[in-house]
Design a protein around this ligand. Structure first.
Ligand code: ACO
Length: 427
């Protein structure tokens, strides 16, 4: 029994009492599940006031700029942990002992190769395809290659599929890149870290070994940590919705990738870099800021604003420091970074952005770091998808472990009432 209740009264009818549920942190939640049987639905397009599920994985306080994975603050994880340890925490709920971590790491790094026939699947794509289109297609197609782990009702199958996705996603991502530039695919190296192996598969060639720069390896690891999960965002909700029908995990993750691609979500890092390139020089910033504020212009400052964070995005703070570390290491004085810093300064002091609580988000800096590493902007969202795969899997597993109902929202119908059909086609 919930302590708090909300009472709903409609046109003098008998009041409906609704339980108010309380989580460990965050807002109270009105349980509206009984309303349907009383002939009422709630209306919340864009889910601005709807909790779609119960979850123990990630907590965000957007007003305070807090992001916790299984209770651990993101800045502590980004500074003192590594991506695979964060993956373990997200999937299992607790920090691993050394033995548990070693077993987890070994399992992930021993399954990095993908079925050789997938190279032929890739060859069916045009070379100039966007790598996100290729990644989405190849990930969905993995179900055709690993059909021994598709029974979502069997816990062991879910476990195997989860490891396969986590292990093979960097290989798929790097193959998408190599294919787009016409270079041979580079096989994974299991003696390297998760981030180091990805850089190796991206930049090594058969004629030249790629020497991994530890600063860049650490920066890539941080980018992966900072994108690992973000509770019920559009792509994670998509994965949960797809999975709620019992769809196989590869199909669900492909659905997540498709959702992530949009410029209002994961596609923002690519769009942000394009915008910085378009601005090109500090002196052009006012013109772009003016456009962003103009209601009749669809232009928005990419990398600014967030549905949940109405304070600084805590991931952006870490990303900003990493950005400086990488540029220092590479001895680069990036013009785009100067434009970015100035834009940040101007926007943070402009009443339009202050009133609407629009702060730089994680994508504002990640693009500059990736560009400095030599990664083309078309790969930015692919790297985001690779990092987010663990979050998607953690939510998909949690949904299955805890029992689920198929996601089936209702609607406010505003179309025609019933009418007679008369064809306008000439007989
Ligand atoms: N530039 C200019 N104005 C903006 C921006 C922006 N980037 N973002 C929001 N606004 C304005 C809106 O015009 C609106 O103004 P109004 O109240 O005068 O009409 C107000 O701020 C609120 O905007 P909404 O669209 O209602 O906010 P919402 O929470 O729905 O959108 C979103 C959040 C989609 C992230 C939005 O801020 C945006 O489009 N940002 C740019 C894209 C981006 O960087 N996306 C990455 C998100 S982080 C991630 O997915 C990892």
């Amino acid at each position: 029994m919930a302590d708090k209740k909300v009472t709903l009264t409609l046109n003098g009818e008998a009041p409906v009492e609704l339980d108010v549920l309380q989580g460990t942190l965050g807002q109270d939640v009105v349980d509206v599940r009984s309303l349907g049987s009383k002939g009422l639905f709630t209306f919340d397009p864009g889910f601005t006031s709807t909790a779609s599920c119960e979850s123990k994985i990630t907590y965000i306080d957007g007003d305070e700029g807090i992001l916790l994975h299984r209770g651990y603050p993101i800045d502590q994880l980004a500074t003192h942990s590594n991506y695979l340890e964060v993956c373990y925490i997200l999937l299992n709920g607790e920090t691993p002992t050394s033995e548990q971590f070693e077993e987890f790491r070994t399992t992930v790094t021993r399954h990095t190769m993908i079925h050789e026939q997938i190279t032929r699947l890739l060859q069916g794509f045009r070379r100039d395809s966007h790598p996100m289109a290729v990644m989405c297609g190849v990930t969905g197609a993995l179900a055709a290659f690993y059909h021994d782990s598709l029974d979502v009702n069997i816990e062991r199958h879910r476990e195997i599929a989860a490891f396969r996705l986590l292990s093979k996603m960097p290989t798929v991502a790097a193959m998408c890149y190599k294919y787009s530039i016409g270079q041979p695919f580079v096989y994974p190296r299991n003696d390297l870290s998760y981030a180091g192996n990805f850089l190796h598969m991206m930049f090594a060639t058969p004629c030249e070994e790629y020497k991994i720069n530890p600063v860049l390896e650490r920066a890539m690891d941080r980018i992966l940590i900072l994108h690992a999960d973000h509770e019920q965002n559009a792509s994670t909700s998509t994965v949960r919705t797809a999975g709620s029908s019992g769809a196989n995990p590869f199909a669900c993750i492909a659905a997540g990738i498709a959702s992530l691609w949009g410029p209002a979500h994961g596609g923002a890092n690519e769009a942000c870099l394009r915008m910085l390139e378009e601005i090109n020089h500090k002196e052009h910033i006012p013109e772009f800021v003016k456009r962003a504020k103009d209601k009749n212009d669809s232009f928005r400052l990419m990398g600014f604003g967030h549905r949940v964070y109405k304070n600084y995005d805590p991931r952006a703070t870490v990303m900003r420091d990493t950005c400086h570390e990488v540029l220092n290491e590479l001895g680069m004085k990036d013009d785009l970074l100067e434009v970015a810093m100035e834009l940040e300064h101007i926007a943070l002091n402009d009443p339009y952005f202050i009133e609407r609580k629009l702060y730089p988000n994680v994508d504002f800096y990640s693009g500059i770091i990736l560009k400095a590493m030599g990664i083309p902007s078309s790969m930015f969202t692919v790297i985001f998808a690779m990092a987010r795969t663990v979050g998607w899997i953690a939510h998909w597993k949690e949904m299955h472990d805890e029992g689920m109902k198929i996601a089936r929202p209702r609607q406010l119908y505003t179309g025609y009432e019933q009418r007679e059909f008369t064809s306008k086609l000439s007989k």
